[in-house]
Design a protein around this ligand. Structure first.
Ligand code: FAD
Length: 550
Protein backbone atom coordinates (compact mmCIF):
# COMPACT_ATOMS: atom_id res chain seq x y z
CA UNK A 1 0.00 0.00 0.00
CA UNK A 2 1.29 3.45 -0.90
CA UNK A 3 -0.46 6.27 0.84
CA UNK A 4 0.19 9.95 0.15
CA UNK A 5 -0.93 12.68 2.56
CA UNK A 6 -1.22 16.36 1.64
CA UNK A 7 -0.76 18.74 4.58
CA UNK A 8 1.46 17.95 7.54
CA UNK A 9 -0.25 19.59 10.51
CA UNK A 10 -3.37 18.60 12.51
CA UNK A 11 -5.29 16.25 10.21
CA UNK A 12 -2.39 15.24 7.98
CA UNK A 13 0.08 14.37 10.74
CA UNK A 14 -2.63 12.40 12.60
CA UNK A 15 -3.46 10.46 9.44
CA UNK A 16 0.22 9.71 8.83
CA UNK A 17 0.94 8.50 12.37
CA UNK A 18 -2.22 6.37 12.43
CA UNK A 19 -1.36 4.88 9.04
CA UNK A 20 1.99 3.71 10.35
CA UNK A 21 0.43 2.21 13.45
CA UNK A 22 -1.89 0.25 11.19
CA UNK A 23 0.80 -0.94 8.81
CA UNK A 24 4.53 -1.37 9.19
CA UNK A 25 4.83 -2.20 5.47
CA UNK A 26 2.96 0.72 3.92
CA UNK A 27 4.85 3.40 2.06
CA UNK A 28 3.64 6.65 3.65
CA UNK A 29 4.63 10.04 2.25
CA UNK A 30 3.62 13.28 3.97
CA UNK A 31 3.81 16.47 1.89
CA UNK A 32 3.88 19.87 3.59
CA UNK A 33 4.21 23.14 1.74
CA UNK A 34 5.65 25.00 4.71
CA UNK A 35 8.92 24.40 6.55
CA UNK A 36 7.29 22.78 9.62
CA UNK A 37 5.00 19.86 10.27
CA UNK A 38 2.72 19.32 13.23
CA UNK A 39 3.05 22.75 14.80
CA UNK A 40 0.65 24.08 17.40
CA UNK A 41 -1.51 26.64 15.56
CA UNK A 42 -3.62 26.94 18.69
CA UNK A 43 -0.63 28.08 20.73
CA UNK A 44 0.44 30.88 18.38
CA UNK A 45 -1.41 33.75 20.16
CA UNK A 46 0.21 32.76 23.47
CA UNK A 47 3.67 32.92 21.92
CA UNK A 48 2.96 36.54 20.96
CA UNK A 49 1.94 37.30 24.56
CA UNK A 50 4.94 35.50 26.07
CA UNK A 51 2.98 32.81 27.94
CA UNK A 52 4.75 30.32 25.68
CA UNK A 53 8.33 31.59 25.72
CA UNK A 54 10.20 28.93 23.81
CA UNK A 55 9.36 28.91 20.07
CA UNK A 56 10.51 25.28 19.84
CA UNK A 57 7.62 24.29 22.14
CA UNK A 58 5.24 25.22 19.31
CA UNK A 59 6.61 22.31 17.31
CA UNK A 60 4.55 19.42 18.64
CA UNK A 61 6.85 17.18 16.69
CA UNK A 62 9.44 17.62 13.96
CA UNK A 63 9.92 16.08 10.54
CA UNK A 64 13.01 14.29 11.89
CA UNK A 65 11.01 12.81 14.76
CA UNK A 66 8.26 11.64 12.41
CA UNK A 67 10.88 9.96 10.25
CA UNK A 68 12.56 8.33 13.21
CA UNK A 69 9.58 7.10 15.21
CA UNK A 70 7.06 6.47 12.45
CA UNK A 71 9.34 5.74 9.54
CA UNK A 72 7.44 8.33 7.50
CA UNK A 73 8.77 9.92 4.33
CA UNK A 74 8.23 13.57 5.31
CA UNK A 75 8.75 16.15 2.59
CA UNK A 76 8.53 19.73 3.82
CA UNK A 77 8.80 22.65 1.40
CA UNK A 78 6.84 20.46 -1.01
CA UNK A 79 3.63 21.75 -2.51
CA UNK A 80 1.23 19.30 -4.11
CA UNK A 81 0.13 21.09 -7.28
CA UNK A 82 -2.21 18.67 -9.04
CA UNK A 83 -3.94 15.31 -8.81
CA UNK A 84 -4.31 13.02 -11.81
CA UNK A 85 -7.11 10.76 -10.64
CA UNK A 86 -7.08 8.53 -13.69
CA UNK A 87 -3.40 7.70 -13.42
CA UNK A 88 -3.61 7.90 -9.56
CA UNK A 89 -0.64 10.21 -9.24
CA UNK A 90 0.09 13.69 -7.95
CA UNK A 91 2.44 16.42 -9.14
CA UNK A 92 4.69 17.89 -6.46
CA UNK A 93 6.78 21.06 -6.54
CA UNK A 94 9.87 21.36 -4.40
CA UNK A 95 9.60 25.00 -3.45
CA UNK A 96 13.31 25.68 -2.92
CA UNK A 97 14.63 24.06 -6.10
CA UNK A 98 11.52 24.66 -8.23
CA UNK A 99 11.74 21.05 -9.39
CA UNK A 100 8.46 19.30 -10.27
CA UNK A 101 8.03 15.55 -10.00
CA UNK A 102 5.25 12.98 -9.82
CA UNK A 103 4.34 10.43 -7.20
CA UNK A 104 1.80 7.62 -7.59
CA UNK A 105 -0.63 6.54 -4.88
CA UNK A 106 -2.97 3.76 -3.91
CA UNK A 107 -4.78 6.05 -1.43
CA UNK A 108 -4.54 9.80 -1.08
CA UNK A 109 -5.54 11.79 2.04
CA UNK A 110 -6.05 15.54 1.70
CA UNK A 111 -5.65 17.72 4.79
CA UNK A 112 -4.73 21.09 3.29
CA UNK A 113 -6.59 23.14 5.93
CA UNK A 114 -8.16 26.54 5.45
CA UNK A 115 -6.55 29.84 4.57
CA UNK A 116 -7.33 33.07 6.43
CA UNK A 117 -9.68 35.29 4.44
CA UNK A 118 -8.10 38.41 2.97
CA UNK A 119 -11.01 40.47 1.62
CA UNK A 120 -10.19 42.85 -1.25
CA UNK A 121 -9.92 45.94 0.98
CA UNK A 122 -7.70 48.73 -0.39
CA UNK A 123 -4.27 48.59 1.25
CA UNK A 124 -4.66 45.00 2.44
CA UNK A 125 -1.24 44.07 1.06
CA UNK A 126 0.60 46.83 2.92
CA UNK A 127 3.36 45.66 5.22
CA UNK A 128 1.96 45.64 8.72
CA UNK A 129 -1.34 43.95 7.77
CA UNK A 130 -1.13 40.35 8.96
CA UNK A 131 -3.18 37.20 9.21
CA UNK A 132 -2.23 34.42 11.62
CA UNK A 133 -2.01 30.82 10.49
CA UNK A 134 1.52 29.53 10.93
CA UNK A 135 4.92 30.09 12.49
CA UNK A 136 6.01 32.39 9.68
CA UNK A 137 3.04 34.68 10.43
CA UNK A 138 3.61 34.61 14.17
CA UNK A 139 7.29 35.45 13.74
CA UNK A 140 6.32 38.59 11.79
CA UNK A 141 3.73 39.65 14.37
CA UNK A 142 5.92 38.95 17.38
CA UNK A 143 8.90 40.77 15.86
CA UNK A 144 6.79 43.93 15.60
CA UNK A 145 5.51 43.63 19.14
CA UNK A 146 9.05 43.00 20.40
CA UNK A 147 10.15 46.19 18.64
CA UNK A 148 7.71 48.08 20.86
CA UNK A 149 4.65 49.06 18.85
CA UNK A 150 2.10 51.29 20.55
CA UNK A 151 -1.17 50.19 18.99
CA UNK A 152 -2.80 47.34 17.11
CA UNK A 153 -6.14 47.02 15.34
CA UNK A 154 -7.63 43.54 15.12
CA UNK A 155 -10.30 43.17 12.47
CA UNK A 156 -12.67 40.40 13.56
CA UNK A 157 -13.75 39.51 17.11
CA UNK A 158 -13.75 35.75 16.65
CA UNK A 159 -11.74 33.25 18.68
CA UNK A 160 -8.33 34.11 17.23
CA UNK A 161 -9.03 37.87 17.35
CA UNK A 162 -9.91 37.78 21.05
CA UNK A 163 -7.02 35.48 21.95
CA UNK A 164 -4.67 37.90 20.25
CA UNK A 165 -6.32 40.90 21.96
CA UNK A 166 -5.57 39.39 25.37
CA UNK A 167 -1.98 38.75 24.41
CA UNK A 168 -1.42 42.22 22.96
CA UNK A 169 -2.78 43.76 26.18
CA UNK A 170 -0.36 41.60 28.15
CA UNK A 171 2.43 43.06 26.05
CA UNK A 172 1.25 46.62 26.77
CA UNK A 173 -0.04 47.35 23.25
CA UNK A 174 -3.17 49.53 23.00
CA UNK A 175 -5.69 47.20 21.33
CA UNK A 176 -8.80 47.94 19.28
CA UNK A 177 -11.06 45.20 17.95
CA UNK A 178 -13.35 45.99 15.03
CA UNK A 179 -16.26 43.60 14.39
CA UNK A 180 -18.89 43.72 11.67
CA UNK A 181 -21.54 41.95 13.73
CA UNK A 182 -23.21 43.44 16.80
CA UNK A 183 -21.41 41.05 19.16
CA UNK A 184 -18.02 39.49 19.82
CA UNK A 185 -17.53 35.75 19.30
CA UNK A 186 -20.16 35.39 16.56
CA UNK A 187 -20.77 31.63 16.96
CA UNK A 188 -22.22 32.31 20.44
CA UNK A 189 -25.65 33.74 21.14
CA UNK A 190 -25.32 37.47 21.60
CA UNK A 191 -26.45 37.69 25.23
CA UNK A 192 -23.84 35.13 26.26
CA UNK A 193 -21.08 37.41 25.03
CA UNK A 194 -22.12 40.40 27.21
CA UNK A 195 -19.75 39.41 30.06
CA UNK A 196 -16.88 39.04 27.60
CA UNK A 197 -17.52 42.49 26.13
CA UNK A 198 -17.57 43.99 29.62
CA UNK A 199 -14.38 42.17 30.47
CA UNK A 200 -12.60 43.42 27.36
CA UNK A 201 -13.65 46.99 28.17
CA UNK A 202 -12.39 46.59 31.74
CA UNK A 203 -9.02 45.45 30.41
CA UNK A 204 -8.76 48.51 28.19
CA UNK A 205 -9.60 46.81 24.89
CA UNK A 206 -11.66 49.09 22.68
CA UNK A 207 -14.32 46.98 20.94
CA UNK A 208 -16.11 48.60 18.00
CA UNK A 209 -19.15 46.53 17.04
CA UNK A 210 -21.16 46.87 13.85
CA UNK A 211 -18.10 48.38 12.14
CA UNK A 212 -16.04 47.26 9.19
CA UNK A 213 -12.58 48.13 7.92
CA UNK A 214 -12.86 49.82 4.53
CA UNK A 215 -9.21 50.57 3.87
CA UNK A 216 -5.65 50.59 5.18
CA UNK A 217 -3.38 53.56 4.51
CA UNK A 218 0.26 54.29 5.21
CA UNK A 219 0.85 56.95 7.85
CA UNK A 220 3.97 58.46 9.43
CA UNK A 221 3.72 56.19 12.47
CA UNK A 222 2.60 53.04 10.68
CA UNK A 223 -0.89 52.60 9.29
CA UNK A 224 -4.34 54.07 9.52
CA UNK A 225 -7.40 51.81 9.42
CA UNK A 226 -10.34 53.52 7.77
CA UNK A 227 -13.72 52.30 9.05
CA UNK A 228 -17.05 52.41 7.23
CA UNK A 229 -18.25 54.93 9.81
CA UNK A 230 -15.48 57.28 8.65
CA UNK A 231 -13.51 56.78 11.86
CA UNK A 232 -9.74 56.51 11.33
CA UNK A 233 -7.75 54.33 13.72
CA UNK A 234 -3.97 54.59 14.01
CA UNK A 235 -2.33 51.15 13.97
CA UNK A 236 1.29 50.11 13.91
CA UNK A 237 0.05 46.58 13.32
CA UNK A 238 -3.19 45.24 11.84
CA UNK A 239 -4.40 41.67 12.26
CA UNK A 240 -7.16 40.30 10.08
CA UNK A 241 -9.13 37.56 11.79
CA UNK A 242 -12.27 37.53 9.70
CA UNK A 243 -12.58 33.83 9.06
CA UNK A 244 -11.09 31.15 6.87
CA UNK A 245 -11.88 29.50 3.56
CA UNK A 246 -11.17 25.86 2.75
CA UNK A 247 -8.02 25.27 0.69
CA UNK A 248 -9.90 23.41 -2.00
CA UNK A 249 -8.00 24.29 -5.18
CA UNK A 250 -6.37 20.87 -5.54
CA UNK A 251 -9.72 19.17 -5.04
CA UNK A 252 -11.63 21.48 -7.37
CA UNK A 253 -9.00 21.21 -10.13
CA UNK A 254 -9.18 17.43 -9.80
CA UNK A 255 -12.97 17.52 -10.25
CA UNK A 256 -13.80 16.43 -6.70
CA UNK A 257 -17.17 17.61 -5.41
CA UNK A 258 -17.22 20.64 -3.11
CA UNK A 259 -20.12 22.18 -1.19
CA UNK A 260 -21.58 25.66 -1.71
CA UNK A 261 -19.17 27.23 0.80
CA UNK A 262 -16.18 25.50 -0.72
CA UNK A 263 -15.74 22.58 1.68
CA UNK A 264 -14.62 19.36 0.04
CA UNK A 265 -17.56 16.93 0.10
CA UNK A 266 -16.97 13.65 1.93
CA UNK A 267 -19.16 10.73 2.93
CA UNK A 268 -19.37 9.30 6.45
CA UNK A 269 -16.13 7.41 5.79
CA UNK A 270 -14.47 10.73 4.88
CA UNK A 271 -14.15 9.60 1.27
CA UNK A 272 -14.41 12.32 -1.36
CA UNK A 273 -16.35 11.78 -4.57
CA UNK A 274 -13.33 9.68 -5.61
CA UNK A 275 -13.26 6.56 -3.39
CA UNK A 276 -9.44 6.44 -3.36
CA UNK A 277 -9.17 10.01 -2.08
CA UNK A 278 -10.06 10.96 1.50
CA UNK A 279 -10.24 14.47 2.87
CA UNK A 280 -10.21 15.76 6.45
CA UNK A 281 -9.91 18.87 8.59
CA UNK A 282 -10.68 22.50 7.90
CA UNK A 283 -10.90 21.84 4.15
CA UNK A 284 -14.00 19.64 4.30
CA UNK A 285 -17.73 19.96 4.64
CA UNK A 286 -18.99 17.93 7.61
CA UNK A 287 -22.38 16.85 8.89
CA UNK A 288 -23.63 18.96 11.79
CA UNK A 289 -24.09 16.40 14.54
CA UNK A 290 -27.28 18.03 15.88
CA UNK A 291 -29.08 19.16 12.72
CA UNK A 292 -27.61 16.71 10.23
CA UNK A 293 -27.08 19.58 7.80
CA UNK A 294 -23.82 20.12 5.94
CA UNK A 295 -21.55 22.68 7.58
CA UNK A 296 -17.91 23.68 8.01
CA UNK A 297 -16.25 23.67 11.41
CA UNK A 298 -12.56 24.62 11.43
CA UNK A 299 -11.41 23.18 14.74
CA UNK A 300 -8.41 21.12 15.76
CA UNK A 301 -10.26 18.32 17.58
CA UNK A 302 -12.37 17.29 14.59
CA UNK A 303 -9.34 17.58 12.25
CA UNK A 304 -7.28 15.26 14.44
CA UNK A 305 -10.05 12.69 14.81
CA UNK A 306 -10.86 12.79 11.13
CA UNK A 307 -7.19 12.23 10.23
CA UNK A 308 -7.22 9.09 12.30
CA UNK A 309 -10.52 7.86 10.84
CA UNK A 310 -9.46 8.55 7.24
CA UNK A 311 -6.34 6.45 7.81
CA UNK A 312 -8.45 3.66 9.32
CA UNK A 313 -10.67 3.69 6.27
CA UNK A 314 -7.79 3.87 3.81
CA UNK A 315 -6.60 0.62 5.40
CA UNK A 316 -10.03 -0.97 5.00
CA UNK A 317 -11.42 -0.63 8.53
CA UNK A 318 -14.81 0.99 7.65
CA UNK A 319 -14.97 3.54 10.49
CA UNK A 320 -17.75 6.13 10.38
CA UNK A 321 -17.31 9.81 11.28
CA UNK A 322 -20.35 10.81 13.32
CA UNK A 323 -20.35 14.51 12.46
CA UNK A 324 -19.13 17.63 14.18
CA UNK A 325 -20.99 19.36 16.99
CA UNK A 326 -18.78 22.45 17.17
CA UNK A 327 -17.58 22.06 20.75
CA UNK A 328 -15.37 25.10 21.22
CA UNK A 329 -13.78 27.07 24.02
CA UNK A 330 -11.96 30.37 24.25
CA UNK A 331 -10.14 32.05 27.08
CA UNK A 332 -10.24 35.80 27.53
CA UNK A 333 -8.05 36.96 30.41
CA UNK A 334 -9.43 35.12 33.46
CA UNK A 335 -12.75 34.34 31.75
CA UNK A 336 -13.85 31.41 29.66
CA UNK A 337 -16.58 31.06 27.06
CA UNK A 338 -17.46 27.65 25.69
CA UNK A 339 -20.20 26.10 23.62
CA UNK A 340 -21.33 22.84 22.09
CA UNK A 341 -24.07 21.85 19.66
CA UNK A 342 -26.55 24.26 18.15
CA UNK A 343 -26.82 27.89 19.19
CA UNK A 344 -30.21 29.48 19.67
CA UNK A 345 -29.69 31.66 16.63
CA UNK A 346 -28.80 28.65 14.46
CA UNK A 347 -32.01 26.91 15.56
CA UNK A 348 -34.03 30.06 14.89
CA UNK A 349 -32.48 30.31 11.41
CA UNK A 350 -33.34 26.66 10.78
CA UNK A 351 -36.88 27.31 12.16
CA UNK A 352 -36.42 24.39 14.53
CA UNK A 353 -38.49 24.61 17.74
CA UNK A 354 -36.54 24.72 21.00
CA UNK A 355 -36.73 25.85 24.61
CA UNK A 356 -33.93 27.22 26.73
CA UNK A 357 -33.03 27.80 30.36
CA UNK A 358 -30.34 29.86 32.03
CA UNK A 359 -28.76 29.07 35.39
CA UNK A 360 -26.11 31.10 37.19
CA UNK A 361 -24.50 28.69 39.66
CA UNK A 362 -21.13 28.86 41.37
CA UNK A 363 -18.52 26.54 39.87
CA UNK A 364 -18.03 24.86 43.23
CA UNK A 365 -19.70 24.92 46.66
CA UNK A 366 -20.43 28.52 47.62
CA UNK A 367 -19.16 28.04 51.17
CA UNK A 368 -15.71 27.02 49.96
CA UNK A 369 -13.45 30.01 49.21
CA UNK A 370 -13.00 31.07 45.61
CA UNK A 371 -16.37 30.07 44.12
CA UNK A 372 -16.86 31.74 40.74
CA UNK A 373 -20.28 32.28 39.21
CA UNK A 374 -20.90 31.06 35.68
CA UNK A 375 -23.83 31.48 33.33
CA UNK A 376 -24.95 28.25 31.72
CA UNK A 377 -27.49 28.24 28.91
CA UNK A 378 -29.09 24.95 27.94
CA UNK A 379 -31.07 24.59 24.71
CA UNK A 380 -33.32 21.58 24.16
CA UNK A 381 -36.20 20.11 22.21
CA UNK A 382 -39.52 21.39 23.58
CA UNK A 383 -41.23 18.01 23.32
CA UNK A 384 -38.64 15.33 24.05
CA UNK A 385 -36.21 17.43 26.08
CA UNK A 386 -33.31 16.17 23.92
CA UNK A 387 -30.32 18.44 24.41
CA UNK A 388 -29.57 20.48 21.30
CA UNK A 389 -26.88 22.86 22.52
CA UNK A 390 -25.25 24.56 25.46
CA UNK A 391 -23.16 27.64 26.09
CA UNK A 392 -21.41 28.83 29.21
CA UNK A 393 -19.43 31.86 30.24
CA UNK A 394 -17.62 32.51 33.48
CA UNK A 395 -14.35 31.61 35.11
CA UNK A 396 -13.24 28.23 36.40
CA UNK A 397 -15.37 25.17 35.70
CA UNK A 398 -16.93 26.35 32.43
CA UNK A 399 -14.80 23.90 30.46
CA UNK A 400 -15.91 20.92 32.56
CA UNK A 401 -19.63 21.69 32.22
CA UNK A 402 -19.51 22.20 28.48
CA UNK A 403 -17.50 19.01 28.02
CA UNK A 404 -20.06 17.06 30.05
CA UNK A 405 -22.85 18.52 27.94
CA UNK A 406 -20.92 17.77 24.75
CA UNK A 407 -20.85 14.12 25.77
CA UNK A 408 -24.54 14.29 26.69
CA UNK A 409 -25.31 15.54 23.16
CA UNK A 410 -23.15 12.79 21.63
CA UNK A 411 -25.07 10.24 23.69
CA UNK A 412 -28.43 11.67 22.58
CA UNK A 413 -29.38 12.53 26.18
CA UNK A 414 -32.29 14.67 27.31
CA UNK A 415 -32.68 17.24 30.10
CA UNK A 416 -34.18 14.47 32.25
CA UNK A 417 -30.84 12.63 32.08
CA UNK A 418 -29.10 15.73 33.43
CA UNK A 419 -31.25 15.57 36.57
CA UNK A 420 -29.86 12.09 37.18
CA UNK A 421 -26.27 12.72 36.17
CA UNK A 422 -23.83 11.69 38.86
CA UNK A 423 -20.76 13.91 38.80
CA UNK A 424 -17.74 14.08 41.06
CA UNK A 425 -18.09 16.33 44.09
CA UNK A 426 -15.94 17.72 46.86
CA UNK A 427 -16.40 21.39 47.83
CA UNK A 428 -13.35 22.69 45.99
CA UNK A 429 -14.43 21.04 42.72
CA UNK A 430 -18.19 21.20 42.43
CA UNK A 431 -21.47 21.09 44.29
CA UNK A 432 -23.61 18.20 45.47
CA UNK A 433 -26.10 19.59 42.97
CA UNK A 434 -23.74 20.35 40.11
CA UNK A 435 -24.53 23.19 37.65
CA UNK A 436 -25.32 20.41 35.17
CA UNK A 437 -27.93 18.94 37.55
CA UNK A 438 -29.32 22.44 38.21
CA UNK A 439 -29.81 23.09 34.51
CA UNK A 440 -31.46 19.67 34.24
CA UNK A 441 -33.82 20.36 37.16
CA UNK A 442 -34.91 23.71 35.75
CA UNK A 443 -35.38 22.43 32.21
CA UNK A 444 -37.17 19.24 33.27
CA UNK A 445 -39.45 21.18 35.62
CA UNK A 446 -40.32 23.46 32.76
CA UNK A 447 -41.16 20.59 30.41
CA UNK A 448 -43.19 18.76 33.05
CA UNK A 449 -45.22 21.91 33.57
CA UNK A 450 -44.24 22.10 37.24
CA UNK A 451 -42.05 25.11 36.77
CA UNK A 452 -43.47 27.40 34.09
CA UNK A 453 -40.90 29.76 32.69
CA UNK A 454 -40.98 32.70 30.41
CA UNK A 455 -38.09 34.31 28.52
CA UNK A 456 -37.26 37.85 29.58
CA UNK A 457 -37.10 39.01 25.94
CA UNK A 458 -40.62 37.69 25.38
CA UNK A 459 -41.92 39.51 28.46
CA UNK A 460 -40.36 42.83 27.55
CA UNK A 461 -41.26 42.71 23.87
CA UNK A 462 -44.93 41.84 24.54
CA UNK A 463 -47.28 44.58 23.31
CA UNK A 464 -48.94 46.82 25.91
CA UNK A 465 -51.97 45.09 27.36
CA UNK A 466 -50.42 41.67 26.74
CA UNK A 467 -47.49 42.31 29.02
CA UNK A 468 -47.48 40.14 32.13
CA UNK A 469 -47.48 41.72 35.58
CA UNK A 470 -43.80 41.93 36.58
CA UNK A 471 -42.99 40.84 40.13
CA UNK A 472 -39.56 41.17 41.72
CA UNK A 473 -39.24 38.84 44.75
CA UNK A 474 -35.73 39.87 45.84
CA UNK A 475 -35.05 41.97 48.91
CA UNK A 476 -35.82 45.72 48.80
CA UNK A 477 -32.05 46.37 48.88
CA UNK A 478 -31.47 44.23 45.81
CA UNK A 479 -34.45 45.85 44.09
CA UNK A 480 -33.06 49.31 44.80
CA UNK A 481 -29.73 48.45 43.21
CA UNK A 482 -31.37 47.67 39.89
CA UNK A 483 -34.58 46.11 38.60
CA UNK A 484 -36.52 45.38 35.45
CA UNK A 485 -38.48 48.49 34.47
CA UNK A 486 -42.15 48.20 35.40
CA UNK A 487 -41.62 45.59 38.14
CA UNK A 488 -43.09 45.86 41.62
CA UNK A 489 -41.20 44.56 44.63
CA UNK A 490 -42.59 41.95 47.04
CA UNK A 491 -39.86 39.89 48.72
CA UNK A 492 -40.56 36.17 48.51
CA UNK A 493 -40.86 35.86 52.31
CA UNK A 494 -43.70 38.45 52.33
CA UNK A 495 -45.50 37.02 49.33
CA UNK A 496 -48.11 34.95 51.20
CA UNK A 497 -49.19 37.94 53.29
CA UNK A 498 -49.26 40.37 50.35
CA UNK A 499 -50.71 38.05 47.73
CA UNK A 500 -53.87 40.15 47.73
CA UNK A 501 -51.92 42.96 45.99
CA UNK A 502 -51.47 40.87 42.85
CA UNK A 503 -53.82 40.86 39.86
CA UNK A 504 -55.72 37.66 39.11
CA UNK A 505 -56.66 38.65 35.56
CA UNK A 506 -53.07 38.74 34.26
CA UNK A 507 -50.12 36.38 34.04
CA UNK A 508 -47.57 37.17 36.75
CA UNK A 509 -43.96 37.03 35.54
CA UNK A 510 -41.77 36.55 38.61
CA UNK A 511 -38.06 37.09 38.89
CA UNK A 512 -35.31 37.12 41.48
CA UNK A 513 -31.55 37.36 41.04
CA UNK A 514 -30.91 34.02 39.33
CA UNK A 515 -34.17 32.08 39.41
CA UNK A 516 -34.40 30.10 42.64
CA UNK A 517 -36.47 32.43 44.83
CA UNK A 518 -38.71 33.15 41.87
CA UNK A 519 -39.25 29.41 41.52
CA UNK A 520 -40.50 29.24 45.13
CA UNK A 521 -42.67 32.31 44.51
CA UNK A 522 -44.08 30.81 41.31
CA UNK A 523 -45.06 27.66 43.19
CA UNK A 524 -46.81 29.73 45.90
CA UNK A 525 -48.69 31.74 43.28
CA UNK A 526 -49.69 28.70 41.23
CA UNK A 527 -51.09 26.95 44.29
CA UNK A 528 -53.09 30.11 45.09
CA UNK A 529 -54.69 30.03 41.67
CA UNK A 530 -52.53 32.57 39.88
CA UNK A 531 -51.17 32.11 36.38
CA UNK A 532 -47.49 32.59 37.14
CA UNK A 533 -44.18 31.93 35.40
CA UNK A 534 -40.58 32.40 36.38
CA UNK A 535 -38.41 34.67 34.24
CA UNK A 536 -35.66 32.19 33.40
CA UNK A 537 -32.33 33.06 34.98
CA UNK A 538 -33.75 36.13 36.70
CA UNK A 539 -32.18 39.55 36.88
CA UNK A 540 -28.77 38.15 35.89
CA UNK A 541 -30.20 36.95 32.58
CA UNK A 542 -32.02 40.27 32.11
CA UNK A 543 -28.66 42.01 32.45
CA UNK A 544 -27.14 39.79 29.75
CA UNK A 545 -29.77 41.00 27.31
CA UNK A 546 -30.22 44.61 28.35
CA UNK A 547 -26.89 45.61 29.88
CA UNK A 548 -26.57 48.63 27.60
CA UNK A 549 -29.96 49.96 28.72
CA UNK A 550 -29.25 49.75 32.42
P1 FAD B 1 -3.88 22.78 9.08
O1 FAD B 1 -3.53 22.42 10.46
O2 FAD B 1 -4.00 24.21 8.71
O3 FAD B 1 -2.81 22.09 8.14
C1 FAD B 1 -2.88 22.18 6.75
C2 FAD B 1 -1.47 22.18 6.20
O4 FAD B 1 -1.55 21.81 4.82
C3 FAD B 1 -0.84 23.57 6.23
O5 FAD B 1 0.35 23.55 6.97
C4 FAD B 1 -0.57 23.88 4.75
O6 FAD B 1 0.67 24.52 4.55
C5 FAD B 1 -0.55 22.50 4.12
N1 FAD B 1 -0.95 22.52 2.70
C6 FAD B 1 -2.04 23.08 2.16
N2 FAD B 1 -2.10 22.85 0.84
C7 FAD B 1 -1.00 22.11 0.55
C8 FAD B 1 -0.49 21.56 -0.67
N3 FAD B 1 -1.14 21.71 -1.82
N4 FAD B 1 0.66 20.87 -0.61
C9 FAD B 1 1.32 20.70 0.56
N5 FAD B 1 0.90 21.19 1.72
C10 FAD B 1 -0.26 21.88 1.73
N6 FAD B 1 -8.73 25.01 16.89
C11 FAD B 1 -9.18 24.58 18.08
O7 FAD B 1 -9.92 23.59 18.12
N7 FAD B 1 -8.83 25.20 19.25
C12 FAD B 1 -8.00 26.28 19.27
O8 FAD B 1 -7.67 26.81 20.34
C13 FAD B 1 -7.53 26.78 18.03
N8 FAD B 1 -6.73 27.87 17.99
C14 FAD B 1 -6.24 28.28 16.78
C15 FAD B 1 -5.40 29.38 16.76
C16 FAD B 1 -4.87 29.83 15.56
C17 FAD B 1 -3.98 31.03 15.55
C18 FAD B 1 -5.19 29.13 14.35
C19 FAD B 1 -4.61 29.58 13.04
C20 FAD B 1 -6.03 28.05 14.36
C21 FAD B 1 -6.57 27.61 15.58
N9 FAD B 1 -7.44 26.51 15.64
C22 FAD B 1 -7.92 26.09 16.85
C23 FAD B 1 -7.86 25.81 14.41
C24 FAD B 1 -7.01 24.57 14.15
O9 FAD B 1 -5.67 24.92 14.17
C25 FAD B 1 -7.39 23.97 12.83
O10 FAD B 1 -8.74 23.61 12.87
C26 FAD B 1 -6.58 22.73 12.48
O11 FAD B 1 -5.21 23.02 12.45
C27 FAD B 1 -7.01 22.20 11.11
O12 FAD B 1 -6.21 21.13 10.75
P2 FAD B 1 -5.97 20.80 9.21
O13 FAD B 1 -5.07 19.62 9.15
O14 FAD B 1 -7.25 20.75 8.49
O15 FAD B 1 -5.23 22.09 8.62
Amino acid sequence: MKILIVGGVAGGASAAARSRRLSEDAEIVLFERGPDVSFANCGLPYYVGGEIRDRAKLLVTTAARLRERYNLDVRTGSSVEAIDRTAKKIRVRELVSGRDYEETYDKLILSPGAAPLRPPIPGIDLPGVFTLRNLHDVDGIKARVDRGIKNVVIVGAGFIGLELAENFVKRGVATTVVELQDQVLPPFDKEMTTPIEQLLASKGVSVLLGQSAEGFEEAPEGLVVRLKSGQRLPAQLVILGVGVRPENKLAVDAGLEVGPRGGIRVNEFLQTSDPDIYAVGDAIEVKDFVSGDPTQVPLAGPANRQGRIAADNAFGRAVRYRGTQGTAIVGAFDHTAAMTGSSEKALRRAKRPYRKVYVHPAHHAGYYPGAQVMTLKLIFDPVTGKILGAQAVGGAGVDKRIDVLAVAIQAGMSVYDLEEMELSYAPQFGSAKDPINMAGFVASGMLRGEHPQVDVEAVLSAPDGKRPFLLDVRTPEEFAKGNIPGAISIPVDELRSRIIDLPRDKEVAVYCQSGQRAYFATRILQQNGFKAANIGGGYLTYKLFYQNEI
